[in-house]
Ligand binder design. Structure first.
Ligand SMILES: Cc1cc2nc3c(=O)[nH]c(=O)nc-3n(C[C@H](O)[C@H](O)[C@H](O)COP(=O)(O)OP(=O)(O)OC[C@H]3O[C@@H](n4cnc5c(N)ncnc54)[C@H](O)[C@@H]3O)c2cc1C
Length: 549
């Protein structure tokens, strides 16, 4: 059944769909690594529609720098990668998920290579010899990378493979609004696609499919400062929740300690390697502070550094702190950090002479739509993979470079499950879903109402539900979110939909899920730190936080 891109059997379909009204066999919502890995497998057996709400480069995958973790060299073992992952996860990883994903890793990486990804090789090395990076928490060198632009290279290769496959239709600027869910007695049974807004002409239509893969990435935009691109508004989480899928472990948000603070700089990461080379964190008056927080000072673990910066900012009412490498020679800095040097210079900061203003920023969401080890959600024919999903790999904290690994592995596993289920249940038909009805909605004339709610949500999440939390801050956040939710809800139904409004509604839903999860966990563990419950409580909290959809 393999479809060759140039073969006579291009556009082969899994089933004869002529009179059944399906747009394609598979609908993939999201064109990052998880969605495209699924799509490329699925397209060998049926037709695939991939939706992205912006363009190819607007995906977290595009921005990944460090690389993808996988056991690669003979001196490394699956057991070691599993142990490292379990240690980082602070007691909440699902061992079966960790073992499965780690063991599937090398095959997923080989597939990326087969599809054209050019990871950085060892100079003069053999065919299989790649330059493996070692990152925090890993006991071996096992991070394959393409210089410091790994995500971009993966997206280039996957993008070209997708473009060459005639069974895949990739639609940019198509934003999924809600899933089409068949129900019985109010209970969700199966998913048959989604309602989708074409942003270019504002038209909304149904995309009917036999199986739907949610691969919409993370939700960094729920915070004022984030390393994520604009697409990361948590749409997939909100859609899955509305469809009845349980959502898990949303309190575990990873913050990167140092993101450039500048009004015009969006999401620019200042790599940890700067601290590795001696950069010092200081208050604006020049006082270093990290020694007060950890013996290793600037080289303390990521979450400790993020909490220290946050604490100093809150104590002194600062918008940022400084990261200073100017004591190193100009020649060294230019050679070692050419990209950071140039980017900062573009914003008028010469890092060879002056410190860099930095803030911590929301970076990665460990929780998400709960799936099993085949990417299946609680709703039939609805799968989820990548940052939107919670498989149990990360537990309470993500080990560096395990996220690309999880997305690549689960995209592939999701296809196997979807294909099997569609084939076993091949005669099933969807119920009649109505066309999108705007009712009496009118065009929105007051955009400020949307932008104000965006800003309010992101700022309150940053201040009350950020790196350090307290019972009182969480309670306040919940009260304000309830009000925002009510306002947004009525605005949503009274006005014609546009992407800002759809994203805002999703953003507030995700914010609420994070706060509810954080409120329910009365302890501190992994990435969740609450000053009113500063210690882990294994007796009561060695379990996931699950919110029913
Ligand atoms: C700066 C940065 C550096 C990172 N570095 C690393 C690293 O070195 N190693 C590592 O393992 N991880 C890293 N990560 C994390 C990793 O990149 C992501 O977790 C991973 O790429 C997520 O892939 P994904 O396919 O799930 O989602 P994404 O790549 O984010 O793709 C999401 C897709 O969904 C689409 N979408 C979203 N909502 C909708 C909607 N409503 N309708 C239609 N389409 C929608 C988007 O348009 C996009 O195409 C980094 C992240 C960032 C931000």
């Amino acid at each position: 059944m393999r479809v060759r891109p140039d073969g006579p059997d291009a556009h082969l379909r899994l089933f004869d769909m002529q009179d059944q009204g399906f747009d394609s066999d598979f609908l993939v919502i999201g064109g990052g690594i998880a969605g495209l890995m699924f799509a490329l497998k699925a397209a060998d057996t049926g037709t695939v529609t991939v939706l992205t709400k912006a363009g190819t480069a607007d995906a977290n995958t595009w921005y990944a720098q460090g690389g993808i973790a996988s056991v690669w060299r003979v001196d490394d073992t699956f057991e070691s990668h599993v142990d490292d992952t379990l240690r980082a996860g602070a007691g909440l990883c699902n061992r079966a998920a960790v073992e499965t994903i780690v063991r599937d890793g090398p095959e997923a990486v080989r597939e990326l290579i087969r599809l054209g990804t050019r990871f950085t090789r060892i100079p003069e090395g053999g065919e299989d010899e790649y330059d493996l990076g070692r990152e925090g928490g890993h006991s071996h060198r096992r991070v394959l990378h393409a210089q410091d632009l790994t995500g971009r290279e993966i997206m280039r290769a996957l993008g070209e493979a997708v473009a060459a496959h005639r069974n895949i239709r990739l639609l940019d600027e198509h934003l999924a609004i809600n899933l089409l869910v068949e129900k019985s007695g109010g209970q969700p049974l199966r998913c048959w696609g989604a309602y989708v807004l074409d942003r270019r002409n504002q038209a909304i239509r149904k995309f009917l499919a036999r199986a739907t893969m949610l691969a919409t990435g993370g939700a960094g935009k729920v915070y004022l400062y984030t390393t994520n691109p604009d697409i990361a508004s948590g749409d997939g989480i909100a859609m899955a929740y509305r469809a009845g899928v349980p959502i898990g472990n949303m309190e575990f948000i990873q913050f990167h300690p140092t993101c450039l603070y500048h009004p015009l700089a969006k999401s620019f990461l200042i790599s940890e390697a700067l601290r590795g080379e001696g950069a010092i964190l200081k208050l604006p008056d020049g006082t270093p502070f990290m020694k007060r927080y950890h013996l290793d000072a600037e080289l303390a673990p990521r979450d400790v550094v993020a909490r220290a910066i946050d604490s100093e900012m809150k104590r002194h009412g600062l918008d940022f702190v400084h990261l200073d490498l100017s004591h190193r020679s100009e020649d060294f800095i230019r050679r070692r950090f050419p990209n950071i040097f140039n980017q900062c210079l573009n914003f008028g900061i010469d890092i060879t002479r002056e410190p860099i203003p930095v803030v911590p920023a929301a970076h990665y969401m460990c929780g998400g739509a709960v799936t099993d080890l085949n990417a299946r959600t609680a709703v039939g024919r609805l799968y989820a993979a990548g940052e939107v999903a919670m498989t149990g790999l990360h537990g309470a904290n993500r080990l560096a470079s395990n996220s690309l690994l999880e997305a690549a592995v689960m995209g592939r596993r999701g296809f196997v499950a979807a294909h099997r289920e569609m084939t076993e249940d091949r005669d099933r038909r969807p119920p009649e879903f109505p066309e999108w009805d705007p009712g009496r909605a009118i065009k929105s004339e007051e955009h400020v109402l949307v932008t104000q709610s965006w800003d309010e949500t992101r700022r309150l999440m940053w201040n009350y539900v950020g790196i350090v939390r307290s019972d009182r801050r969480l309670e306040r956040a919940m009260r304000r979110l309830a009000l925002l939710k009510e306002e947004i809800h009525s605005y949503y139904w009274e006005h014609l939909l546009n992407s800002d409004l759809i994203e805002l509604r999703n953003l507030v839903t995700v914010a609420e899920l994070i706060v509810r999860s954080a409120q329910s966990r009365k302890e501190s563990r992994g990435l969740h730190y609450n000053i009113d419950h500063p210690a882990p409580d294994d007796a009561h909290w060695l379990q996931d936080t699950i919110i029913e959809g």
